[in-house]
Design a protein around this ligand. Structure first.
Ligand code: 8YV
Length: 315
């Protein structure tokens, strides 16, 4: 019998995480298995914990294939890919990595907003290609300051984005499903109301069934041809088909997206659009934040197996 509890790792982690994880646990890398079902049939009965990513999560099928499962630790703040009902039904604990990634996610939202309106990637390409010398100055772009930023989802990350965009002298408004009495910015009753008011709509809602396509055709139309969309939440929160159609017709000005419906396999129509800025789900992907996320995930595992209170429980 191993003294190191058996854990199922569903996603590759940096070496700085693997070393301490493998020192404390017997780590089974399901993502490396050629035959996942056979792998699970073999190691499944011993697995006491799942360590998983925000996008990968843990399905009911996976949870139910692991009879000794006690805890699911998510390397990410979003727990929408974990079947919480299946976990709850078996009394399985769930943890995530809130707070440690807030600043970096908010930074990327701001960076993408600036890059989108100021056309920073286009400017870089303009210099590199020699177009500047050949064709003269690049076309004019859009100012950020003085414009209205609408934050859809005013949790920790939404609030951090608002604080930063206020520093760029943007006017801030927000939509949140529950009221936020201490927030100094105007609240809007629906995402469509917020979209109709703002110039830049930043989506920072949690993913999951409750927010699926919360940014729908109506909201995008309300944003309008002078309006910009920024999404750092989940691909599911935006009606992607509607977004692409409206971008193609110029019915919204542009979009900066860090998340997509079928990521990492992004709808190829995005790449054909000139009014989008595309990022590979990178908002939390700094060395500093990823180290903190790995540490917090291990802290939750260690606390669980020591019978101590979990640092960041969801369930
Ligand atoms: C991912 C994220 O977890 O925190 C989240 O919810 O989406 C990201 O931080 C990251 O890609 C690792 O899976």
């Amino acid at each position: 019998i191993s003294e190191r509890p058996d854990i199922l790792l569903t996603t590759a982690l940096p070496a700085w995480d693997m070393e301490p994880l493998e020192a404390a646990f017997t780590v089974h890398k399901v993502y490396e298995a050629a035959d996942k079902a056979a792998f699970l049939a073999e190691v499944g009965p011993h697995i006491r914990a799942i360590a998983t990513g925000g996008g990968t999560g843990a399905s009911a099928d996976l949870i139910n294939a692991l009879p000794a499962l006690e805890i699911i630790t998510v390397y990410g703040v979003g727990i929408d890919a974990v079947d919480l009902a299946a976990a709850r039904a078996r009394g399985i604990r769930v943890t995530n990595t809130p707070d440690v990634l807030t600043d970096d996610v908010a930074d990327l939202a701001v960076g993408m907003t600036l890059a989108l309106l100021r056309k920073i990637p286009e400017g870089d390409a303009y210099v590199r290609s020699g177009a500047w010398g050949q064709d003269g100055p690049m076309g004019l772009v859009t100012r950020l300051s003085g414009k209205k930023a609408g934050i859809a989802g005013f949790g920790r990350i939404g609030e951090a984005i608002a604080r930063r965009l206020a520093g760029f002298d943007m006017e801030i408004g927000y939509y949140n499903r529950s009221s936020k009495p201490d927030i100094p910015y105007p609240a809007f009753a629906t995402p469509a109301d917020l979209a109709a008011w703002c110039d830049v709509l930043v989506v920072a809602v949690a993913g999951g069934a409750g927010t699926t396509e919360i940014i729908d055709w109506e909201v995008l139309e309300a944003l309008g041809p002078e309006g910009w969309l920024v999404n750092i939440s989940r691909g599911t929160t935006v009606d992607e088909g509607a977004l692409i159609e409206l971008l193609e017709k110029g019915a919204i000005a542009g979009a900066a997206l860090d998340v997509f419906l079928n990521e990492p396999h992004v709808d190829p129509r995005f790449a054909a659009l000139s009014n989008v800025l595309l990022m590979p789900h990178h908002a939390s992907a700094t060395v500093e934040t990823r180290q903190a996320m790995g540490q917090l995930m291990r802290d939750n595992l260690t606390a669980h197996f020591a019978g101590k209170p979990l640092p960041t429980p969801v369930l």
